[in-house]
Unconditional design. Structure first.
Length: 156
């Protein structure tokens, strides 16, 4: 699934303006192109751990957002299915940048790598995400709820 440049710009605008979690945590989508997304986070004391370093959960949120948006270049609707992250060195507060790249995009899943750099361009974390591409679920309707609805053959 490939978009025109105007489509990517619209996705960037929508992601940055319509996602309360991203706004609250100062995450931003910087650029988007086929198979690659770049995102940033202004990390400050609000996302620091007791040692004064950026909390691993904040780094994971940045990686997850970058992978998820990168997956939007492969499928219209995506959610994280599985992920792992390696923290390579402590990240100090400042501007962090995540680069997500598509490794594989199939019919129902895709695999994405994410590297996170600090403001000195040091690699602080590396992650891999498997994203699920879904088509038929409506937002807010779980798989269990969808499957609990009676089939046509069960209706009277």
């Amino acid at each position: 699934m490939y978009f025109r440049q105007a489509d990517y710009e619209a996705i960037i605008k929508t992601v940055n303006e319509k996602n309360p979690f991203l706004k609250e945590n100062d995450l931003k989508l910087i650029s988007l192109q086929p198979g690659e997304a770049v995102a940033s986070m202004r990390a400050d004391e609000r996302v620091s751990n007791m040692y004064g370093m950026v909390h691993g959960g904040a780094l994971f949120s940045l990686a997850d957002m970058a992978a998820g948006v990168c997956a939007l270049t492969s499928s219209k609707n995506v959610v994280t299915l599985n992920s792992s992250i390696s923290f390579l060195q402590a990240a100090r507060p400042g501007l962090l940048r995540a680069v997500a790249r598509c490794l594989h995009a199939g019919q129902t899943t895709g695999v994405y790598s994410v590297e996170i750099f600090d403001d000195a361009e040091a690699l602080v974390a590396s992650a891999q995400f498997t994203m699920f591409f879904y088509q038929n679920l409506k937002p807010g309707l779980s798989h269990k709820e969808k499957n609990s609805q009676p089939a046509d053959s069960e209706k009277n």
